[in-house]
Design a protein around this ligand. Structure first.
Ligand SMILES: [Zn+2]
Length: 99
């Protein structure tokens, strides 16, 4: 049984933001390099036109200039998308990524 701290360390160590967002955002254009990139359609509001949602493929931070949703890493992304607490989001990521 992993502790919460171990799960958090595993999430941070093994889930690369670039892999996470490729998986989560099928509409994201193929990224060329890291840093801030066009994330395609925003998952936080009914988005019909890509262009306002950006993800940082190194840190996992995200921001939508249309609806204003933002966060600093992929854990914050899962928290906000699924309405989870921090530990719940860490657990979900650990499970989904087989950590
Ligand atoms: Zn949005």
């Amino acid at each position: 049984m992993k502790t919460a701290i171990q799960s958090l360390q595993n999430v941070k160590a093994y889930i690369r933001p670039i892999d996470f967002y490729r998986n989560e955002l099928p509409a994201m254009p193929p990224p060329r390099g890291g840093g801030w990139r066009d994330g395609g359609l925003c998952p936080f509001h009914p988005d019909k036109q890509a262009g306002s949602f950006r993800v940082n493929l190194e840190t996992g931070a995200f921001i939508c200039f249309s609806c204003g949703t933002k966060g600093g890493d992929i854990i914050a992304y899962i928290q906000q998308r699924d309405g989870l607490s921090f530990p719940e989001a860490v657990q979900k990521l650990s499970t989904e990524w087989g950590l």
